[in-house]
Design a protein around this ligand. Structure first.
Ligand code: NDP
Length: 341
């Protein structure tokens, strides 16, 4: 059983040597009387929050994302096939997605919303790490529940071509909003405009002044900001928000590797413009997962929602695929294949 072990807590930008690949043996049958489920991991997901789990335990973040234990495989989300089960809801051959170790086989204990059975297999299985998994639910809950969008409103999305952002943009278009995204390369900007239907997009790495860039696309201001990056972008957005605008704080990836997070200077604008700024965690919305599937599956089948994935091949590619998120190497949802069946 190959495993990707987390040796010790990380400060600053993580390196590949911060994760170690080892091999152990595993019994491919559960002991008599076990209520656990033994799974073979097929697709493992690389998600930015995992960097927060790699930091020293911090009571501030651990209520949302618990820190990793050292010396054992790191935990992430994955799509897996049941090999043996002591749980009444699962039998051999069933597919599920949820929390597993970064290893070829995992023994999992089911708790509320820790795992979801995969019932629809007419779509790519890998989608359950992205579009039909945690990032999809994040885009759905964050946009519809937190942003309360209305037809005709102006929407800005940062890290817009990623696992979450590409969906927020498509949901905003379905709602009849005007939506602009920012991303870190020409290729990503092209995808936003041609594949995901954003009305416009820009490469933030080519902009000296983020506020001036936002004014170009939103001369009347922004109604909704879907925040994925934090830092200087948040500062620039705040002064470009409309009166009574809403900011859904989904993530702040530009801050996760910093020892001292950057300050935000334009906070008084929140008062002057009566902006509603709300952080949220997808874990608080999983009761809506069945409703989300009913909503999104027809759009996927009709080709009205599309999804770009960045799939790395092989177990050994896991660490570099994960670290690549923090350099913007991924184009679309980053995951890696452990086994195809
Ligand atoms: P992505 O697929 O968007 O991958 C991360 C992207 O972030 C990179 O490709 C890169 O894109 C961008 N990025 C990396 N470093 C920086 C930086 N220093 N400044 C600006 N952009 C940077 O990831 P996800 O869609 O999975 O996640 C997006 C955000 O949503 C993250 O902040 C994540 O933590 C958050 N999240 C929150 C959840 C919640 O429950 N609240 C759940 C899931 C995700 P580019 O090339 O465009 O810079």
């Amino acid at each position: 059983n190959k495993q990707i072990i987390f040796p010790d807590y990380v400060t600053g930008f993580p390196k590949e040597s911060d994760l170690k690949i080892t091999t152990t043996t595993i019994d491919l049958r559960l002991p008599e009387g076990s209520t656990s489920v033994l799974v073979k991991n097929l697709y493992l997901s690389c998600d930015p929050y995992m960097r927060i789990c790699m930091g020293k335990p911090d009571p501030l973040s651990s209520s949302l994302v618990p820190p990793y234990k050292t010396g054992v495989p790191i935990i992430g989300l994955g799509v897996s096939k049941v090999i043996d089960s002591g749980h009444p809801d699962y039998k051999k051959g069933d597919l599920l997605w949820g929390l597993v170790g970064w290893e070829e086989y995992s023994v999992i204990t089911l708790t509320t919303y820790s795992h979801f059975k995969i019932e629809h297999t007419d779509v790519p299985l890998s989608y359950y790490t992205g579009l039909l998994g945690m990032p999809g639910m994040t885009a759905y809950a964050g946009f519809y529940e937190v942003c309360s969008p209305k037809k005709g409103e102006t929407v800005f999305v940062s890290a817009a071509s990623g696992a979450v952002g590409q969906l927020v943009g498509q949901f905003a278009k379905l709602m009849g909003c005007y939506v602009v995204g920012s991303a870190g390369s020409k290729e990503k900007v092209y995808l936003l405009k041609t594949k995901f239907g954003f009305d416009d997009a820009f490469n933030y790495k080519e902009e000296k002044d983020f506020s001036a860039a936002l004014k170009r696309y939103f001369p009347e201001g922004i109604d909704i900001y879907f925040e994925n990056v934090g830092g200087k972008m948040l500062d620039a957005v705040l002064i470009n928000m409309k009166l009574h605008g809403r900011v859904a704080v989904c993530g702040m990836i530009s801050q996760y590797n910093l020892v001292d997070p950057e300050g935000v200077h334009n906070l008084p604008t929140i008062l002057y413009k009566r902006i509603q700024l709300q952080g949220f965690g997808v874990c608080d919305f999983y009761d809506k997962y069945p409703k989300f599937l009913d909503f999104v599956l027809p759009y996927i089948r009709e080709g009205k929602i599309t999804y770009v994935e960045d799939i790395a091949e092989g177990f050994e590619s896991g660490p570099s695929a994960l670290l690549g998120l923090f350099e913007g190497k991924n184009v679309g949802k980053q995951l890696f294949v452990v086994a195809r069946e």
